[in-house]
Design a protein around this ligand. Structure first.
Ligand code: HEC
Ligand code: HEC
Ligand code: HEC
Ligand code: HEC
Length: 161
């Protein structure tokens, strides 16, 4: 390994030892960094058409609002149970927590289908984001019980944008 490389690596090791877990791991090894959720608005500037269509036509972009309308009649437990399907990334690292803490991730957003987008937003590299969205990605929320008549093939291409 060239000498400068070694010095940088050594500096990273020192850093990693000195600071709290997580952050330095990313700094020392950017290739292995995991993307986190950033919210649909962060996609708007580069994908204005997908954004506009999704906002206008997809009820998914209002899914959390629909739960809020019903919240009064729900126990806290029942309400929490709605969130994994009616928000973005609930229960996953960096995903929706609450309206107060993570307002950008309320509603079902781009990243519910395309996966967390922080790395792609920074790089603009198509390799950093999931393009091929399969029926499996839908079934996380569109379970058979919820939507028996869900017709995947036409909707896979028609439902989002
Ligand atoms: C700074 C600009 C930028 C931002 C912000 C951005 N993208 Fe992209 N994205 C691109 C470019 C450039 C491409 C490649 C060309 C194209 O397909 O338009 C791309 C491609 C894609 C693709 C297709 C990938 C492929 O393999 O063809 C998807 C899906 C995507 N972006 C989703 C998103 C989502 C979701 C967000 C928000 C989390 C987002 N993008 C934010 C620039 C951006
Ligand atoms: C994170 C959970 C989640 C994922 C993933 C998801 N959906 Fe949805 N989808 C919902 C929810 C919740 C609704 C109901 C929105 C409402 O009316 O409140 C919905 C509604 C819909 C509707 C009907 C209403 C509309 O938006 O026009 C279609 C079509 C749809 N989804 C297609 C898809 C497809 C296709 C996929 C996969 C490519 C998918 N969804 C992935 C949660 C999800
Ligand atoms: C397993 C995922 C999942 C959970 C959990 C879930 N939903 Fe949904 N919800 C969906 C999907 C998928 C749809 C869209 C069904 C369709 O259009 O085929 C939907 C649709 C809706 C709609 C729109 C119904 C309509 O007729 O347009 C409302 C309102 C709603 N859900 C409220 C709730 C509430 C409140 C909770 C919690 C008590 C909840 N959901 C829990 C997945 C879920
Ligand atoms: C319900 C799931 C779903 C959501 C939500 C969703 N997409 Fe997509 N997206 C898809 C599917 C399916 C494709 C087609 C992928 C393929 O070609 O196989 C796609 C393709 C794309 C592409 C590639 C170019 C194209 O249009 O074919 C871009 C860019 C993109 N989406 C951006 C976005 C952005 C930005 C948002 C949020 C505003 C978003 N998507 C929300 C399912 C979704």
């Amino acid at each position: 390994m060239p000498r400068t490389g070694f010095i940088i690596l050594a500096a990273c090791v020192v850093l990693a030892a000195a600071s709290p877990r997580g952050e330095t791991q990313q700094a020392a090894n950017p290739q292995k960094a995991q993307p986190t959720y950033v919210g649909s608005q962060a996609c708007q500037s580069c994908h204005p058409q997908e954004y506009a269509r999704f906002k206008k036509y997809s009820k998914m972009s209002r899914a959390y609002t629909h739960v809020l309308v019903m919240k009064k009649g729900l126990t806290e437990n029942e309400y929490q149970g709605c969130l994994k399907c009616h928000t973005t990334g609930f229960g996953k690292p960096g995903g929706f927590v609450s309206q107060k803490k993570t307002p950008r991730l309320a509603q079902v957003g781009c990243e519910a289908c395309h996966g967390p987008g922080s790395i792609h937003v920074a790089s603009s590299d198509p390799k950093d984001i999931r393009k091929v969205v399969s029926v499996k990605n839908c079934q996380v929320c569109h379970t058979n019980g919820r939507a028996g008549a869900f017709r995947y093939s036409p909707m896979l291409y028609g439902g989002a944008h």
